[in-house]
Ligand binder design. Sequence first.
Ligand SMILES: C[S@@+](CC[C@H](N)C(=O)[O-])C[C@H]1O[C@@H](n2cnc3c(N)ncnc32)[C@H](O)[C@@H]1O
Length: 261
Amino acid sequence: MTGAARDAALDRARSLIRPADLPADARTDEGFLDLLGNRDAPRPTAAQHAMNSRFVAAIYERAWRPVATAALGVGGLSGTRERARAADDLALGGEQRVLDVACGPGNFTRYFGSRLTGDGIAVGFDISRPMLGQAARRNRSGHAAYVRGDARRLPFEDGTFDAVCCYAALYLVPEPLTVVDELIRVLAPGGRIAVMTSVDRGCEPVASVLSTVAGTLGVRMFDRDTLPAIFAAAGLTEVRQQFHGLAQFLSATRPPLDGPS
Ligand SMILES: C[S@@+](CC[C@H](N)C(=O)[O-])C[C@H]1O[C@@H](n2cnc3c(N)ncnc32)[C@H](O)[C@@H]1O
């Protein structure tokens, strides 16, 4: 993979940003497009703080995520199988535009890019500079590029992407339901969305204890119904929800414009 192909991928990602959200002096010298400049990621919780650490960014893919996934009880689903599952749920292929929100070090984004051809592009989007530095060093390609911004306000026009993914992040971000609205807003008619986040499946009093521990760390536990209800209210179809331990996997389709409403 040549540097020119990686630069072309970053240019394609840049071309998708709304002009009003693209600062004239946006930097790319660390290998990703930085829309936030010197504004740092928020650090309100222990979990968010960890995501802004260079150390966690460096060990995330090999050590942090497998441990976190095991803690959520996503038993039997290796990182490789989880990536393949996400790509299948998103029906990836061809010259699609794919958005991987809260991409961390690009551990899913690069794989998504490997499923694309031609001008297809997987855009990894995150707020953490250390995470994106790692993504740019390890997981850039001719079909994978990275943008730094805040998922609570995605810098893309409505319906920009054929596929939108958000794995292992909604339980960490502030205002997660605002982020969900944004994921749906940027999904094109006929496009697919896939989300993995936490779910509280315990019976009382276990559920209360778990929620309290998670809350202390800044990890939110969702109930079973909130996300499918938001998907349905937004008009998404083929809503599918599966549970693995304390994780839920959701996928859905935005109906094509001439399809069933
Ligand atoms: C646990 S990592 C998930 C990485 C990857 N998606 C995965 O499944 O392994 C969560 C990511 O969410 C990012 N994040 C947190 N708040 C964010 C926000 N407001 N906007 C964009 N990214 C955010 C963090 O920086 C972190 O990289």
